[in-house]
Design a protein around this ligand. Sequence first.
Ligand code: OSB
Ligand code: MG
Length: 372
Amino acid sequence: MKILAPLERIEVYLVKLPLVTPFATSFGVETHKEALLLKITCGGVVGWGECVASPAPFYSSETNQTALHILKDFLIPVLKTVKELSIEDVLTAFSRVRGHTMAKAALENALLDLLARRREIPLYKLLGGTPKKIMSGISIGIKASPTELVEAISQALQKKYHRVKMKIKQGRDLEYIAAVRREFPKIDLMVDANSAYSLDDLDLLAEFDRFRLTMIEQPLDYDDIYLHSLAQKRMQTPLCLDESIKSLRDARAAVQLGSCKVINIKQGRVGGMLEAAAIARYCRDHDIGAWSGGMLETGIGRGFNLHLQTLPGFNLPGDTSATSRYFKEDVVTPPVELDKDGYISIPGGVGTGVRVLEDRVERWAVYWEKLL
Ligand code: OSB
Ligand code: MG
């Protein structure tokens, strides 16, 4: 994937959008989505990328401020040293910077969108994907009572979401899952613990087997692979790793150790679309389920997640929900919507296919800087 040079301008916006409903997980409650957006201009064409980091290091160690620092002081200076700007050369140059996968992914996003728009092709085509309708899935935060949760799930099912994920934590688990299963015995249901448990809780986690969950996401430590292999041996329900997988190497380790049967692939968490594609291929070749996760992205990030799911290996519904579930006013058009069967269409047109509404970006921006 070549022909990018010379980049004319790189700008960063930090936007802060109010969420329609607060999103509660085992690591905290989010009332706003704060997103770092990158705008790259080259030859009169503009590409956009989004960083999936949060304001606080509670999901992963990166934050929007660390991403800004790494982009500004390391990744963008590295870009200037790459002679021929192919994406592969850029990624090789980035590999000198250790970690900071979310910062790297944001820049890779923007470059891929730019490249596809310059070639006047949709992003999935640039990536080698097959266009299709994408399955939808919803991730429902921790609610104040099982009744409230059942009500939220009932609303999601009316919209035809293909699978439901519910967030859990210590003390908000058995009773909540039991209530949901009583009401909806047959739905595709999974839980996400965001590292709320430890090895001492294996008996409790094994009790979840009776609920016939399709998987339990990230029950143990955010950076662990080995302990999850012990947990997987003790339970029937497939484990899915999210936080622990930051690269193809991590995915290999997890699969070979038997730490999970499914991987939640977030392109931002693993350092970008190309690494995400490689993990999905690896999953396909090793009979491991794979789906695209979400980070409450604006329509920019969600556009990338949609195109990603056209690639081989993504065989399960992910965390791609309708825009209206997150924001009253997003920064792109068209919004993500579900059809009557719960499927989502890839936005048509070149690049990610979404059009960034710059007046809205400006309206919600709390910070702007020219980085190149
Ligand atoms: O663990 O998958 C997660 C949101 C923010 C941080 C972590 C997670 C999530 C979600 C929501 O589950 C996914 C989405 O709808 O974007
Ligand atoms: Mg998760």
